[in-house]
Design a protein around this ligand. Structure first.
Ligand code: SIN
Length: 194
């Protein structure tokens, strides 16, 4: 199976930095099972969140992959998420978690304050599954993606849970993400996963 761990260990964009801002836009928003010093709502621009990445290791299997979030380039788009200030030792387990096609990339982040106003910028790290990675599934009709998500299960649990947790985390952050909420609505119309 695909494994980007070794590649990511060469991608040391923040070598020598005491801490690093990691920007999460998918499960890293709602499943922060790693140590962090601080976290702040933030956004990145020029990227849109899409359920176009296959999950063969967490929310699906090699034979029946699930669908999880990645980012695609989209001029003028704003992608909201959560930024975590971490120390560099946290990256090794994250590389393993994100090994199915995600690569470390450096992007500019903008932080938000409690009132939703902007509160400074920093360079940050994202895990990006670009369309040339072998686990990339790409676009499909919304209803088909919802059906796939409804059926897929993997070692980390039902794929459905990933989408529903992400949708509620975004709602909690006050973020309107049309793609995610439309998928959630499609999922609501389907019977519960078996
Ligand atoms: C992220 O959450 O930022 C990356 C994709 C994922 O782990 O769901």
């Amino acid at each position: 199976m695909l494994d980007t761990t070794a590649l990511n260990q060469q991608r040391n964009f923040f070598e020598g930095h005491a801490d690093i801002w990691l920007f999460g836009y998918g499960s890293l928003i709602w499943k922060a099972d790693f140590a962090y010093l601080e976290r702040r709502p933030a956004f990145i621009t020029g990227w849109a969140r899409r359920f176009w990445q296959g999950s063969h290791d967490h929310r699906g299997t090699p034979d029946a992959p699930g669908r999880v979030a990645t980012l695609i380039r989209a001029q003028g788009a704003v992608c909201h998420g959560m930024a975590y200030r971490i120390t560099s030792d946290v990256l090794a387990p994250l590389d393993v978690r994100e090994k199915n096609g995600y690569l470390r990339e450096k992007v500019p982040l903008t932080f938000l304050n409690e009132n939703g106003g902007t509160a400074g910028q920093s360079e940050g790290l994202i895990y990006l599954a670009s369309e040339d990675n072998p686990a990339f599934l790409g676009e499909a009709p919304l209803a088909d993606m919802a059906r796939q998500i409804n059926q897929a299960h993997g070692p980390s649990g039902p794929n459905r849970e990933y989408l529903l947790n992400l949708a509620s985390a975004l709602r909690e952050l006050g973020v309107d993400d049309a793609h995610i909420f439309a998928l959630e609505q499609q999922l609501d119309r389907l019977p519960g996963y078996q």
